[in-house]
Design a binder for this molecule. Structure first.
Ligand SMILES: [Zn+2]
Length: 120
């Protein structure tokens, strides 16, 4: 069986992400703590966090953003392009992501050609 480098770190990030999401409606501070751990584990091992996870973590307080629970998502029109705006309920930080129909806003790892090999 092929070995994945830093596999235990990836598993730890996955686990921390799940508990952070579970705990968010009970304790936002604890959720931020786990979010903080995710960033620290990734930084320590120089790993990239998958964009799906990264987009859900507040940039400032690092809690998990869930619509109507810990944050608010709004669709906005800015000039001629559409954007998704995420506002964090805990610290008030706003993040925007582009969201146009006719444009491909996926980052490289989300595109099918980024997958070289699937290891089970
Ligand atoms: Zn926040």
């Amino acid at each position: 069986m092929k070995k994945v480098q830093f596999n235990d770190s990836f598993q730890r990030i996955n686990y921390l992400y799940q508990i952070s999401k579970l705990i968010i409606n009970k304790n936002t501070a604890l959720s931020s703590y786990y979010g903080n751990l995710i960033i620290n584990v990734a930084k320590k091992n120089v790993l990239k966090i998958h964009p799906d996870i990264k987009r859900q973590i507040c940039k400032k307080c690092r809690c998990i953003l869930i619509h109507n629970v810990s944050g608010k998502m709004k669709l906005k029109q800015k000039k001629k392009s559409k954007i998704i705006e995420w506002a964090c309920n805990t610290c008030g930080t706003k993040r925007t992501f582009p969201a146009n129909n006719n444009k491909d806003h996926r980052v490289w790892v989300e595109k099918p050609e980024a997958v070289v090999e699937v290891i089970n």
